[in-house]
Design a protein around this ligand. Structure first.
Ligand code: IMP
Ligand code: MG
Length: 184
C-alpha cells in the first residue's frame, strides 16, 4: 500500500514540521509500543539536531491477536520519565477509533503534562469513536488491516520495510474438504 521510499519522504516532512513547531518546547517524545517503534526511530532522527528531546516509552495494547480492537486498553508499561510541565509528543503507528490515544492523553494530563501532541503515521478514516485530534498525520488510509513498518498481525510482520494490506490466508480445511463429485 505504501512503499518504503514514500514513507521515508513523508517522515522527513513530518520531522521538519515538528522541528519548526517545537523550537521552544520542553520536549518529551513518548513512543507507543510496540507498533510505534520503527516510525519513532526514523522520525526522531529526522528532527532538527538543535531540538533537545527526551525519549520515553509506554506500552499499550487494545487488540488481541486478531484484526479488530478489543475495545479495552491494557497498559503494560507506564512512562518512566516525569512529564509534569513537559510538552509531550506522543508517537503512534495508527489511529483508528481513538481509544488508545484518548486514554494516553488522559493519563498524561493527569500527570501534569504542559501540552500533549500526537503524531501518527497512519489514520484510518471513518472509524473514530473517541474525540482525539492528531496534530500530525503521515498518511490517511481506508478501513483495511495493514501490517509492516512496526504494525503487526498477531505480533508478526512488524519488520517489513513498507506498509501492506493483510489478507488472511484461506483456512487449510477449505482446501482439504471433500467435495462430492457432482458438486465439483
Ligand atoms: P484505536 O485504539 O482504535 O485508535 O486503535 C489503535 C491501535 O490499534 C494501534 O495502536 C494499533 O496497535 C492497532 N491497529 C489498528 N488498526 C491496525 C491495523 O490495520 N494494523 C495493525 N494494528 C492496528
Ligand atoms: Mg499500537
Amino acid at each position: 500500500m505504501i512503499s518504503g521510499s514514500q514513507i521515508a519522504k513523508r517522515v522527513a516532512e513530518l520531522g521538519t514540521e515538528i522541528s519548526n513547531d517545537c523550537v521552544e518546547s520542553q520536549l518529551v517524545a513518548l513512543v507507543i509500543l510496540r507498533g510505534g517503534f520503527i516510525f519513532a526511530g526514523d522520525l526522531l532522527r529526522s528532527l532538527d539536531p538543535a531540538i533537545e528531546v527526551a525519549v520515553d516509552f509506554m506500552s499499550v495494547t487494545s487488540y488481541g491477536d486478531g484484526t479488530t480492537s478489543s475495545g479495552e486498553i491494557h497498559i503494560a508499561k507506564e512512562p518512566d520519565l516525569r512529564v509534569e510541565g513537559k510538552d509531550v509528543l506522543v508517537i503512534e503507528d495508527i489511529l483508528e477509533t481513538g481509544l488508545t490515544l484518548g486514554s494516553v492523553r488522559d493519563r498524561l494530563v493527569e500527570r501534569g503534562a504542559r501540552s500533549v501532541r500526537f503524531v501518527t503515521l497512519l489514520e484510518k478514516t471513518g472509524k473514530r469513536r473517541h474525540a482525539v485530534t492528531p496534530d500530525y498525520i503521515g498518511f490517511q488510509i481506508p478501513d483495511v488491516f495493514v501490517v509492516g513498518y512496526g504494525l503487526d498481525y498477531a505480533q508478526k510482520y512488524r519488520n517489513l520495510p513498507d506498509i501492506r494490506v493483510f489478507v488472511p490466508r484461506t483456512p487449510a480445511y477449505t482446501l482439504d474438504a471433500k467435495v462430492p463429485d457432482d458438486e465439483r
